[in-house]
Write a protein that binds this ligand. Structure first.
Ligand code: ASP
Length: 346
């Protein structure tokens, strides 16, 4: 230790003591055991995109209420000792049943006027994971994704094979039209009109038509992390298109450092392996969750692409996005309970 460090030491110690005495958090402190460690934490998203601030107040309120219900369910399960995986699945199932969101009931239409659903789930402590892509008849794709994880030796099942697997697993099946909603049909019509005017094969990127993918990331009382994501994809997507949500490492990922669920223009999230990029920056670069998540969303993705929710092993939460809004909700064992949509909300 050199003499400058010697002379600095008493100052540091004095300040630390002082901060401890008056109860102020020091600027480097994460949650620590013994001084109010976070026992459990949860974040949820309901999609990112061009969310209109001037949208009818009742509509924004409906989203806030849906997020509040999902967060309350997850928080209460965690308080009662449920596992991160169970909480992720339960929360995503309720959002899949809510027609406000682009997952399960209320999923967007593809360019053939049908619904093809993608979902994945991952256990951070074991790296076990399961995913389904392009399923058409499964009411809760997240539950089928979990069955892929627990009942097969595979990670990802797609299309007819995934629907056939669902029959054997006894999960609830529905007609494809069961997912229809008038609002998503109007979005399809708008997207197809825009495509016709442009004479292009691919509809223009219009994030107003897509948002509503759902996701949940959790740190449970045992310190385990899990992530789950479910979506109908993007409005008027080419049939057969698979987005980032069922691609582990792209739209969803969990390991011992962090759990991540993404939402936005899926192709970009696949290209840059966004979810794994966050944990890789932590693992190999020693970055904090907040730093790593912020860098990936703001330096790697393009403005307007979307965002992600993330929780680390200490229960810290990050929710960066680069679109005009992201429906999100965050809670933890220290009493945090926040619902937000726009960037200027905490
Ligand atoms: N990421 C999803 C997909 O590309 C869509 C979204 O999150 O809005 O399928």
């Amino acid at each position: 230790m050199n003499s400058r460090m010697h002379s600095a030491l008493p100052v540091v110690v004095t300040w630390s003591l002082l901060l401890g005495l008056v109860g102020l958090p020091s600027c480097t402190s994460g949650p620590k055991r013994g001084d109010g460690a976070i026992e459990y934490a949860i974040a949820i998203h309901g999609g990112a995109g061009t969310i209109d601030r001037n949208a009818p107040a009742e509509r924004l309120q409906a989203y806030r209420e849906a997020m509040t219900r999902a967060l309350t369910l997850g928080r209460d399960m965690l308080a009662a000792g449920s596992s991160a995986l169970d909480v992720c699945e339960a929360v995503v199932r309720t959002l899949e049943d809510d027609p406000l969101f682009n997952a399960g009931k209320g999923a967007v239409f593809n360019d053939a006027g049908q619904h093809e659903l993608d979902a994945s789930i991952m256990d951070g402590s074991t790296l076990r994971c399961g995913a389904v892509a392009g399923v058409r008849t499964v009411r809760h794709p997240i539950t089928l994704a979990r069955k892929v994880m627990t009942e097969t030796r595979h990670v990802l099942l797609a299309g007819d094979g995934a629907d056939a697997f669902a029959k054997g697993m006894g999960v609830e099946l529905v007609e494809n039209s069961w997912f229809d909603t008038p609002r998503r049909r109007r979005s399809l019509e708008r997207a197809l009109e825009q495509r016709d005017r442009r004479g292009a094969l691919v509809p223009p990127r219009d994030r107003r038509l897509d948002y509503g993918t759902v996701g949940c990331v959790v740190r449970d009382r045992q310190g385990n992390l899990a992530a789950a994501t479910s979506t109908g994809g993007m409005t008027a997507k080419r049939w057969g298109r698979i987005g980032d949500s069922p691609i582990l490492g792209a739209g969803n990922y969990a390991d011992k450092n962090a759990a991540i669920s993404c939402t936005g223009t899926g192709e970009e999230f696949i290209r840059h392996a966004i979810a794994r990029s966050v944990t890789a920056r932590m693992e190999f670069g020693g970055r904090s969750l907040e730093d790593a998540a912020h860098a990936v969303v703001h330096d790697v993705l393009r403005k307007g692409d979307g965002g992600l929710i993330a929780v680390d092993k200490d229960g810290n939460i990050a929710t960066p996005f680069n679109s005009s809004g992201m429906y999100r909700a965050m809670a933890d064992s220290r009493g945090r309970f926040d619902i937000a949509i726009f960037a200027d909300e905490k």
